[in-house]
Design a binder for this molecule. Structure first.
Ligand SMILES: Nc1nc(=O)c2c([nH]1)NC[C@@H]1CN(c3ccc(C(=O)N[C@@H](CCC(=O)O)C(=O)O)cc3)CN21
Ligand SMILES: CC(C)C(=O)C(=O)O
Ligand SMILES: [Mg+2]
Length: 253
C-alpha cells in the first residue's frame, strides 16, 4: 500500500451504542470480531463462537452505525470445509449488515476467498497469529519470527491478494516483516501487534478501554488514562493511529 497515506483506525465493536460512539469519534472500520467469545462470553478462546452469534452482533452494530465500514469475522467451523460452505455463512453475515467478511488463514484459504470475492462478497484475509488455530499454534504467540516462517507469511499474503482479498490483517508478527509485506502488496494492511508500518491498526475495544482481565498482550494500550470519558479515549486512539504515535516501540515485536 502507498506509504504516505493517513493510517486508518479500526476497533472491534459488538453493539449499537458503541458503534455510534466509535463512528462519531472517527473510527473508520468497525470489526465485529469473534473476540466477542473472549470479551462478551468469557471464553478462553474464540472457538465456541457461532454464525448466529456473529449475525446477531453484526445486526446490532449495523443498527448503530451509518458510515463506518463493517467487517465481520467468520467464526471457527463456518468456512473451512469448502468455498460453498463459506459462501452460505458469509451471505447471512452480509445480509445482517456487514460489508465485508474476515477469514483466518494463509494460501490454503485462497480458493475460498476467490469464490466469495468473485460472487460479490468482499473479503479481509487474516494471517500471522490466527486465534482459531490456537491449539495448533500452541498458544497466542508471535508468528513469522524465523526466516522460513517469515517467507511463508510473505508468500501467503501475495497469494491472498491475488485471490481477491480486499484487506489483510496481520496479527503478532515482527514489525519489520509487517512492513515488508505491506510494501509488497497493493491492498491495505491492518496490524495488531505488527508494528507501525501497516496501512491501519486494530485493537479489541475492551483492551483499549482498559477493561480486559488478565495479562495484557504487549501490543495493547489502554487509552483511558488521560481521557475524561470513553468517547474521548476512542478519539485519542484514532488520533494516535493517524499521527503514527500508536503503536510505539513498546507495543511491537
Ligand atoms: N481481549 C482480546 N484481545 C485480543 O487481542 C484478542 C482476543 N481478546 N481474543 C482473540 C485473540 C487472542 N489474542 C491474543 C491473546 C493473548 C496474547 C498474549 O498473551 N500475548 C503475549 C505473549 C506472547 C508470547 O507468548 O509470545 C504478549 O506479550 O503479547 C496475544 C494475543 C488476540 N486476540
Ligand atoms: C483482533 C481482531 C483482528 C480479531 O480478529 C477479533 O477481534 O476477533
Ligand atoms: Mg477474530
Amino acid at each position: 500500500m502507498v506509504e504516505n497515506r493517513e493510517k486508518f483506525a479500526v476497533l472491534t465493536c459488538y453493539d449499537a451504542t458503541f458503534a455510534a460512539v466509535l463512528e462519531n469519534a472517527g473510527v473508520d472500520v468497525l470489526l465485529v470480531g469473534d473476540s466477542l467469545g473472549n470479551v462478551l462470553h468469557g471464553s478462553d478462546t474464540t472457538l465456541a463462537v457461532t454464525p448466529e452469534d456473529m449475525i446477531y452482533h453484526t445486526r446490532c452494530v449495523a443498527h448503530g452505525s451509518n458510515k463506518a465500514l463493517i467487517i465481520t469475522d467468520m467464526p471457527f467451523g463456518s468456512y473451512q470445509i469448502s468455498p460453498a460452505q463459506a459462501f452460505e455463512h458469509a451471505a447471512r453475515i452480509i445480509a445482517a449488515g456487514a460489508q465485508m467478511v474476515k477469514i483466518e488463514g494463509g494460501r490454503i484459504m485462497a480458493d475460498t476467498i476467490q469464490f466469495l470475492s468473485q460472487r460479490g462478497i468482499p473479503v479481509c484475509a487474516h494471517i500471522g497469529l490466527t486465534p482459531q488455530s490456537v491449539h495448533q499454534l500452541g498458544g497466542y504467540k508471535l508468528q513469522g519470527n524465523t526466516e522460513k516462517s517469515a517467507k511463508q507469511l510473505l508468500d501467503d499474503a501475495k497469494a491472498l491478494e491475488k485471490s481477491g482479498a480486499s484487506l489483510l490483517v496481520m496479527e503478532m508478527v515482527p514489525a519489520k516483516l509487517a512492513k515488508k509485506i505491506t510494501q509488497a502488496l497493493s491492498i491495505p494492511t491492518i496490524g495488531i501487534g505488527a508494528g507501525p508500518d501497516c496501512s491501519g491498526q486494530v485493537l479489541v475495544l475492551h483492551d483499549m478501554l482498559g477493561l480486559s482481565q488478565g495479562k495484557k498482550p504487549r501490543f495493547v494500550k489502554d487509552f483511558m488514562p488521560g481521557a475524561k470519558n470513553v468517547p474521548e479515549a476512542v478519539a485519542n486512539y484514532v488520533q494516535a493511529v493517524k499521527t503514527g504515535q500508536f503503536p510505539a516501540k513498546e507495543h511491537e515485536f
